[in-house]
Ligand binder design. Structure first.
Ligand SMILES: Nc1ncnc2c1ncn2[C@@H]1O[C@H](COP(=O)(O)OP(=O)(O)O)[C@@H](O)[C@H]1O
Ligand SMILES: [Mg+2]
Length: 257
């Protein structure tokens, strides 16, 4: 790796503003940067602009003001193919992401489309499935798996692209407690930069040393997750609610990075 690459942030968002075609403005100048290897939670009430922001990270939405760069590469039309490889988005519903007859074919789909073939492709698929603990399910049809298993396969489809940053939209939603725990262990074990959109504040605290609060289309707070969740005024102002009886101070502080 050259020295420029090693010092470049995984993700840099600068002055990002965006209005939908109907005139509704969702982002009003968003600025933040995520270093390589960080795990960051993106918190915020419904309608804050979280999904709009995520859709800018790989160029599904664009054309407003400001810039997004991924590992130093601008997210724009010229770089779209590379950007789509570098930004791996796991959508909320795994069934939007799995459409092939077998798990193996689903995980192979992206790398195959990127031109990887033969033994290299098989190895990519094997590694991606191993990283989410789904190696034994390669020949199964995705629709025979549990919801939690399908979400893990969806994560594998993205990991198989060897992304610079993994973006997860509500990864713990609809998971039973055991699946929620298994996914947390998997996410913690990955050596990849993570941006996780979530309403599950204990999950954010457990997995992400740092959090951003997006509210009304701007970053309202950016800091250690435990500090943000312990700030009752901030939480109230942005309609963020901890589960009854949950004390963010009671959870051991995560090491940064
Ligand atoms: N396709 C769209 N056209 C117009 N407005 C939209 C569209 N999608 C979302 N919005 C509006 O943009 C704002 C941000 O939405 P969204 O990014 O989905 O928020 P979040 O994911 O934080 O709930 C909301 O006010 C929402 O109603
Ligand atoms: Mg959303």
């Amino acid at each position: 790796m050259d020295p420029v690459t090693t010092t470049t942030a995984s993700l840099e968002v600068s002055g990002l503003a965006f209005a939908y075609p109907d005139g509704h403005q969702a982002l009003f100048g968003v600025d933040f940067s995520i270093g390589r290897g960080e795990r960051v939670a993106l918190l915020g009430p419904n309608g804050a602009g979280k999904t709009t922001l995520v859709l800018h990270l790989n160029g599904i939405l664009g054309g407003g003001a400001g810039t997004v760069t991924v590992a130093g590469l601008p997210v724009d039309k010229r770089h779209m193919a590379t950007v789509r490889q570098k930004v791996g988005i796991v959508f909320q519903d795994p069934d939007d992401q799995l459409f092939m007859p077998t798990v193996r074919e689903d995980v192979a789909f992206g790398p195959a489309a990127a031109g990887i073939r033969g033994a290299a492709l098989a190895e990519r698929v094997r590694q991606a499935l191993d990283r989410v603990g789904m190696g034994h399910f390669a020949d199964r049809p995705p629709h025979h798996l549990s919801f939690g298993q399908r979400r893990r396969v969806a994560v594998a489809t993205v990991l198989a692209m060897e992304p610079e940053i993994l973006v997860l939209d509500e990864p713990s939603s609809n998971l039973d407690p055991a699946s929620r725990r298994e996914l947390a262990d998997i996410l913690r074990s990955l050596d990849v930069t993570v941006l996780m959109v979530t309403h599950d504040l204990p999950y954010a605290l457990e997995l992400c040393p740092r959090a951003l609060v997006l509210s009304d289309g701007v970053i309202a707070a950016d800091g250690p997750t435990a500090d943000l969740l312990s700030d009752e005024e901030l939480m109230r102002a942005h309609r963020l609610e901890l589960p009854f009886g949950f004390d963010p101070r009671s959870v051991a502080r995560l090491p940064q990075g």
